[in-house]
Design a protein around this ligand. Structure first.
Ligand SMILES: [Zn+2]
Ligand SMILES: [Zn+2]
Length: 462
């Protein structure tokens, strides 16, 4: 397990120690690594990384210390006696006296001469690029820029209290919609065909231009709106676990029904005025089409290629390594893991993954669905608590295409537009629009912030 990451000194040492002395006796070593490494991250935060990078003397001392330690470590591995045939597999008591597992103090101190640990922590403070294995794109990370004062436009958040029923809302039960149709007096979840659908079921037979420079394809599809609740003033984090469970069941049913007729079903939610959502009533959308959309095709390709190389699903490997590491984890339960992904573009972006390889929403077990409701409520509550207001975002499920079930994993992306407060929005302009996505705070810092928040909603309502 400890070798899942890069084979750095800590992981190699933990693996050797675990194999030689067993897990229980390696625990002090493991704790020492955690404490030593954690303290180092703290010092780098205070500017130690800068001293390291600019002082040649410090670098030379560290290099020498590292060489000496690795030599001592090599001797320690080499001096473990080989078991003679017929001998008990346990290390003999004489040899055990010479080869003790690393103590807590030794492991803590080792972090100070472990060059790799220094490089990992220091690199978080300086501009670097991170690779997104799901899309094949890179993101520029510039954590040193967060000290920059904000001088841009302030957007006033809407903080007024909303009523449970709004006569002017086209999604509330019984109300007339903009297209002239009337909603039934629904009590739970209500799904209807979008009155202004971007995709249409029936198209006239018409030729579209097909040439290298002028290329178009006709598409067919359906767009549906799903009201999560009849109550106008609720949002997913304010709903009960069983109400969120009802939404999950509806997502599953819709996916199952529409994927029997269409190539791809996109389940998503746009929340908040900042995301261009015109109606605060809790609702999401489901678009199904007879084509594979660009981003979905790209993630499918990347996951297929990873599976060809490793015979394992990319996202299952990623979830295992993130869960073991924990540095970007925001919430976790038996079945799910929510992380600020290593390659996150949006400041407080989240990726929610099942721990088992699950291709699509209908394949979730009832227990996994229950755990999903819990983790959704948990992370969305943390989002609201971050700004003490209803947190805006665009979220959406990515599911395996037909035939891709072995390698393509179910997951959900959360892309919130906010940067440093309820009023400061991140814009994807300039360099991002023309060259490459860029972020200021590191994903690790964002995960720290979200993890430190309460999982109880600030309003005390839910
Ligand atoms: Zn409403
Ligand atoms: Zn995705």
């Amino acid at each position: 397990m400890v070798m899942l990451y890069t084979p750095g000194p800590n992981n190699s040492m933990l693996a050797v120690s675990g194999a030689n002395f067993g897990l229980q006796r390696t625990i002090p070593h493991l704790l020492g690594v955690s404490l030593g490494f954690g303290f180092m991250v703290f010092l780098v935060g205070l500017g130690a990384g800068q001293i390291m990078q600019t002082s040649p003397i410090v670098q030379r001392i560290m290099r020498l210390g590292g060489i000496l330690f690795i030599l001592w470590f090599a001797w320690k591995i080499a001096s473990v006696p080989a078991n003679k045939p017929g001998e008990d597999v346990n290390i003999s008591s004489k040899a055990e006296k010479r080869n003790k597992p690393l103590t807590f103090i030794q492991a803590t101190l080792f972090q100070w001469i472990n060059g790799k640990a220094w490089m990992i922590t220091a690199s978080m403070e300086y501009p670097h690029r991170r690779y997104n294995p799901l899309t094949g794109e890179w993101v520029l990370v510039s954590p040193h820029r967060t000290k920059r004062p904000w001088q841009g436009k302030l957007e006033k958040p809407s903080a007024e209290k909303k009523p449970e029923f709004d006569a002017g809302c086209y999604l509330c039960p019984g109300n007339l919609r903009a297209g002239g149709k009337q909603n039934p007096p629904y009590a739970g979840i209500y799904i209807f065909e979008n009155d202004f659908a971007a995709l249409l079921k029936d198209l006239p037979e018409e030729d579209t231009p097909r040439s290298e420079l002028f290329n178009a394809l006709p598409v067919k599809g359906e767009c549906r709106v799903i009201c999560f609740s009849p109550k106008h003033n609720l949002t997913l984090p304010l709903m009960s676990l069983s109400e969120i469970g009802g939404v999950i069941t509806a997502w599953q049913q819709q996916t199952a029904e529409l994927s029997s007729r269409y190539k791809y079903v996109q389940v998503f939610e746009n929340k908040g005025e900042m995301m261009g959502c015109s109606n605060p009533h809790p609702h999401g959308q489901i678009w199904a089409g007879d084509f594979i959309p660009t981003l979905v095709a790209q993630e499918d390709k990347m996951q297929r290629e990873y599976f060809t190389r490793h015979s394992r699903p990319l996202l299952k490997d990623y979830a295992e390594q993130e869960s073991a590491h924990g540095i970007r984890t925001v919430a976790e339960n038996e079945s799910w893991l929510a992380v600020v992904p290593y390659w996150a573009v949006w400041p407080y972006e989240l990726l929610l993954l099942p721990k088992r390889h699950v291709p699509a929403l209908p394949s979730l077990t009832p227990v996994e669905s229950t755990h999903l409701a819990e983790v959704l409520k948990n992370i969305l509550t943390r989002y609201d608590n971050l700004i003490q207001l209803s947190y805006p975002y665009s979220m959406g499920w990515h599911q395996a295409l037909s035939g891709a079930e072995a390698y393509s994993g179910l997951h959900v992306h959360f892309y919130p537009p906010l940067l440093r407060s309820a009023e400061v929005k991140k814009f994807m302009v300039g360099y991002e629009m023309l060259a490459e996505s860029q972020r200021d705070i590191s994903p690790e810092t964002a995960a720290d912030t979200l993890r430190a928040l309460s999982s109880v909603h600030y309003t005390g309502i839910a």
